[in-house]
Design a binder for this molecule. Structure first.
Ligand code: DLL
Length: 430
């Protein structure tokens, strides 16, 4: 049963009781990890000191650099022979983080993915194309086993071979697809270049990178789908942590399996619902690699409105990571804000790239923007006017003057996995 109504709609004392029981178990489990054993000894905290939910604040935070320091297996809480799977983060900055899973962890994880998909109405009657990387990235195998658990017909297409992927949608009668929003955009473009309409399927599940509401609208229009946001990270299983319900007004964090907090990233003060800050997650059912108060670096807030679907613990869609934030001449800019502005301008095409340089000690941001074919050449083409419009719209939202160059459709890089749209050429970034 993947609509676990009792657990998913738990609230008040019953929820707190379950969370506390699982938190105590998790603390006990972390005592098998030398890093935590030392920390807990030093701070003299025992599982029994946790009596109410706020007591979680007595526990230390865990940072990404702590996990990197334990490379490769220093954060495993079970003997190696009980580890049945390993995933790692991509490790673009420093050593990758290695995440181990026991058999039970994999079962729990599949159950959470199955819940995600059940929540939006998918069943064994659906045919599911999983167009993400099937390697160390958790999106591939994670979604795969969750979908199989429901009994969906799973097509493990992975990424690449895009024309074939498009044919498969039609030939195999695909009804639901999972990929990054960037790849979804690419799929629709390739279909256009093949001179076909992209075959329609009803459900798109997109995640693993920030994407704006405007991008959601574009994707829904181009693909003819209802698009749902999916959030997770390798350290906390992967996808399966938080997902949108049919209301699509925030993502439900599976509150029986995670305790979430929002903190001020500078002072570490715990913030109230409705206040934006860094998401801190304590998974409650991880055997192989339990974590205490993991600082995700992701920026969001807890929404405490009651959701008509009856589930609790909702977070707002993520605007980006604290370390994605660009500081340009003292002004904070998130790439997702740029995307949001660009996608609201009808002449703008599908892709853009942001370059940041330091010229004569001053930060310069240049944005290459693809323009739609019909506006790039021919009767409707007035590139100067379009350029002025983009610069003006960006200035209004970012409060920053940017250089914009308009480029031909199809000339910027496309991404099969997570997009990398920012190239920062400054040495020190400040
Ligand atoms: O991206 C897990 C995942 C796979 C999530 C498939 C959803 C779908 P990592 O590669 O470890 O794990 O990257 C985690 O990606 O800390 C966020 O910064 C970002 N991220 C993930 N989902 C979203 C989202 C997977 N829906 C990092 N919106 C996280 C914005 C996201 N950012």
């Amino acid at each position: 049963m993947f609509w676990d109504k009792e657990k998913e709609t738990l609230s008040g004392d019953s929820l707190e009781k379950l969370q506390l029981k699982r938190l105590k178990w998790t603390i006990k489990q972390t005592e098998n990890i030398p890093f935590y054993k030392k920390l807990l000894n030093e701070s003299k905290i025992k599982p029994d000191d946790i009596r109410k939910k706020e007591d979680i604040q007595k526990l230390p935070f865990t940072k990404k650099s702590d996990l990197q320091g334990g490379y490769p297996f220093g954060f495993f809480a079970v003997p190696k022979r009980e580890i049945v799977r390993i995933h790692t983060t991509s490790g673009t900055t420093g050593k990758p983080t290695v995440v181990g899973y026991t058999r039970k962890d994999l079962d729990n994880w599949s159950e959470l993915i199955a819940r995600n998909m059940t929540m939006i109405g998918l069943t064994a009657d659906d045919t599911f194309q999983n167009a993400v990387n099937y390697g160390l990235f958790t999106g591939g195998l994670g979604f795969h086993y969750g979908a199989e658990k429901i009994g969906m017909t799973v097509i493990p297409s992975g990424t690449g071979n895009t024309k074939r992927q498009i044919e498969m949608i039609d030939d195999f009668g695909v009804t639901a697809m999972h990929c990054t929003p960037s790849y979804a955009m690419h799929l629709s473009e390739v279909a256009e270049s093949m001179g076909t309409d992209l075959p329609t399927f009803k459900t798109g599940m997109f995640g693993a990178e920030p994407w704006s509401e405007n991008m959601r609208r574009t994707l829904e229009e181009k693909l003819g789908v209802t698009a749902y946001d999916s959030y997770g990270m390798s350290e906390i299983y992967g996808p399966g942590a938080a997902f949108e319900c049919p209301e699509r007004n925030g993502l439900h964090f599976w509150h029986d399996c995670y305790i979430i907090e929002i903190i001020d990233p500078e002072t570490c003060e715990v913030l109230e619902p409705g206040q934006k800050g860094e998401l801190v997650v304590t998974p409650l059912v991880k055997e192989a690699m339990p974590l205490l108060r993991y600082r995700t670096g992701d920026i969001t807030m807890i929404l405490d409105d009651e959701c008509p679907c009856g589930r609790g613990a909702k977070i707002a869609r993520l605007t980006g990571r604290s370390d994605d934030m660009l500081v340009i001449r003292g002004i904070n800019v998130f790439p997702s804000q740029i995307e949001h502005v660009l996608r609201s301008i009808p002449e703008v095409g599908d892709q853009f790239m942001v370059y940041v340089d330091r010229i004569n000690h001053l930060d310069e941001m240049t944005i290459d923007v693809e323009i739609k074919k019909e506006f790039f050449k021919g009767e409707l083409c007035d590139l100067e006017k379009i350029q002025r419009k983009i610069i003006h719209s960006l200035k209004e939202i970012l409060n920053l003057r940017t250089k914009v160059s308009l480029v031909e459709p199809g000339s910027l890089p496309r991404f099969e996995g997570k997009a990398k749209r920012v190239i920062d050429n400054r040495g020190d970034k400040f």
